[in-house]
Design a protein. Structure first.
Length: 98
């Protein structure tokens, strides 16, 4: 699978999670949910709230402490913040970028 296909699946999964309010499947995914929620807060508050709530439920259930946002980036869970924000906003608006 190409990097572009992997990224597309990742973004699709995040958008679906925001719309269906599903819980993250791992600590890393919960950290990304929480990070993306911050990126979406202004333009897509309901999706941001869904992602943040799901992440916080995951952390509470698994007794895991969330990573600070700079650590999410330093650990490579998020690489290009503006690109992620743009892609997520497009996804939430129903715009396919591929």
């Amino acid at each position: 699978m190409s990097a572009r296909e992997t990224e597309a699946q990742f973004l699709k999964s995040l958008v679906q999670a925001a719309k269906t309010k599903r819980l993250p499947g791992s600590n890393q995914e919960a950290d990304v949910f929480r990070f993306v929620a911050q990126l979406l807060r202004t333009r897509y508050p309901s999706e941001a709230s869904a992602l943040d709530s799901a992440a916080m439920r995951y952390f509470s259930q698994h007794k895991v402490k969330p990573r600070p946002f700079p650590q999410v980036v330093a650990d490579g869970l998020v690489v290009d913040i503006p690109r992620l924000r743009h892609a997520m906003e497009n996804g939430c608006a129903g715009i396919s970028t591929w």
